[in-house]
Ligand binder design. Structure first.
Ligand code: MG
Ligand code: ZN
Length: 216
């Protein structure tokens, strides 16, 4: 019975996600759904790269959070249009929430829309919001076992950012093992090692985003 209910929810979500995808395609907007655990560094990675990207293309951000607008305030400081979604405790964004948020964005003047999802490695991967690409941030402090423990999010994502890589000497994180598990789950996945504090991999992440906009 519960399984049936879940399927109905996902079916309804997929319908709205398809409408979102059509709308974004008509407006020639690339949409990236940025996912990862709480504290993995999603907002910091955006802060470090969006200003650079915004010199070349028009970027907008949708911030998903349980209760606060703190991440949206951080993005706004960089003069980038941002809309906050508060899920009131809901653990993921869905397509209807993103559609409502998109109504507050000037879509005619947007090339790249980044949706920072609620911090969670599980259900954000199950709910299509109409994005072109999913991206997942895995900080190395979370442990190298996470890809195999939460396979869906890594299977669905076009790219994994191995973040806080500067902390490697202080952890037992095995980068080679994590890379192997990630490519086992998703043979074409791109992997970039990043650090916001030591400025590692940030240009590569910015270039990855810019290239997605050029191609479409
Ligand atoms: Mg955040
Ligand atoms: Zn959820």
């Amino acid at each position: 019975m519960e399984i049936k209910v879940m399927k109905n929810i996902l079916g309804e979500n997929d319908k709205i996600a398809a409408e979102n995808r059509k709308m974004f395609r008509e407006k020639k907007i690339v949409v990236v759904n940025l996912m990862g655990s709480p504290g993995s560094g999603k907002t910091s990675l955006l802060e470090k790269t969006l200003s650079k990207i915004a010199e070349k293309i028009n970027v907008a951000v949708i911030e998903g959070d349980l209760f606060t607008a703190r991440d949206a305030e951080r993005i706004e400081r960089h003069k980038i249009p941002v809309v906050q979604i508060n899920t009131s405790g809901g653990c993921h964004l869905d397509a209807a929430m993103v559609r409502r948020a998109a109504e507050s964005i000037n879509l005619d003047e947007t090339d790249l829309l980044i949706v920072e999802n609620v911090g969670n490695l599980v259900c954000p991967a199950e709910f299509d919001v109409g994005e072109n690409f999913k991206a997942v941030v895995l900080s190395i402090t979370e442990g190298d076992d996470k890809p195999m423990k939460y396979p869906l999010i890594f299977k669905e994502s076009a790219i994994t950012l191995l973040n806080k890589i500067d902390l490697l000497p202080f952890t037992n994180f095995d980068v080679a093992a994590a890379r192997e598990d990630l490519t086992t789950l998703h043979p074409n996945i791109e992997i970039i090692e990043t650090s916001c504090t030591k400025n590692i991999g940030l240009d590569a992440w910015a270039d990855w985003l810019l290239k997605k906009v050029e191609v479409i």
